[in-house]
Design a protein around this ligand. Sequence first.
Ligand SMILES: Nc1ncnc2c1ncn2[C@@H]1O[C@H](COP(=O)(O)OP(=O)(O)OP(=O)(O)O)[C@@H](O)[C@H]1O
Ligand SMILES: [Mg+2]
Length: 352
Amino acid sequence: MNPFILSGYKSPKYFCDREIETERVLNAMENSRNITLVSERKIGKTALLNHVENLSNNKVVFIYIDLYPTQKLNDFIKILANKLLQKLEPFSEKVLRNITQFFKSINPKFSIDPQSGIPNLELSINTVREAEESIHLLFKYLRHSQKKVTIAFDEFQQILTYPEKNIEALLRSEIQNDNESCFIFSGSHTHFLLSIFNEYSRPFYQSTEIMELKKINIDKYAPFISNHFTENDKQINTSQVEHIYNINRGITYNVQYLSNKLYSLEVNKITTEFIDETLVQIVKENEITYYNYRELLSGFHFKILKSIAQEEIVEKPFSGSFLRKHNLGSASSVKSATTILQNKGLIITDYE
Ligand SMILES: Nc1ncnc2c1ncn2[C@@H]1O[C@H](COP(=O)(O)OP(=O)(O)OP(=O)(O)O)[C@@H](O)[C@H]1O
Ligand SMILES: [Mg+2]
């Protein structure tokens, strides 16, 4: 098996470091503090949540909910209802009776997936009032469970795209009423996610502890990579491992991907040439995606994206020297264009 995992989570053996971060999340869970977990794309938020879930298995009920596929409040309710049903206690006739009684005002209907045996709960929601009532009942059901529960909402900023209004206020008041559970709000669109928690006029203002996940430190990542190669009789030296980290700027997914590809080469000794050739091959594989950006963006936006990419890191994107060098025109138009590129997640601002 290739030890460099590219999706999801397998076990601590294939998970590098994050000891301080894991402790911090576990401590917040134990003490019922809510957390907002942010980072740039592909650094490892979801994997960290999976890792914490893996470690906390018997002590708390850890409910991971990926909100990425949800598009409206009803989707949110459906996914939350089913996760609570599946994770709070083992399904039985008694649970079924309790839930039917508990949710009777919103007409619950059950079915069991014949293949997986997983129970499924449908709530009949047709009006805003019924939706609000459902949310209220779901959180009440959670509070009544008498269990130590953590709910991690991944891609939480997705709620901003729902057509319904007042969702933030609705969720905030329910979450505020729950002194026992811990809620984790995680997301890859840092800018949107932080706006929920950092803007004075919004319901969630300063209601959580903000935790920014940084890149895995090279001092931890290099031995992790090195050990996985050598354990499987593949030679690689320290400077080559550091080269893998540095050419990927420490972005976890990219480091994992290149390591995965190198590991799969049928050679016993990794050379610097292999590393560079494999990187070029990866970039070529993604060529179609990069061409696609050109189709999806206006000519001006693509030109800015390309200029920034050529520089790799631009400290002063509105300075005369950068604008002149790439022939980009006025600082004000570049400013509004960079905001759009940032909202699309194509460029990031790093304040380090
Ligand atoms: N500590 C780690 N050790 C080893 N691999 C990791 C670690 N953290 C994350 N990964 C791997 O890196 C990749 C990206 O991680 P993950 O999907 O958790 O990032 P993310 O920040 O949630 O990304 P996105 O912004 O797309 O939601 C995955 O393949 C995951 O398996
Ligand atoms: Mg993620």
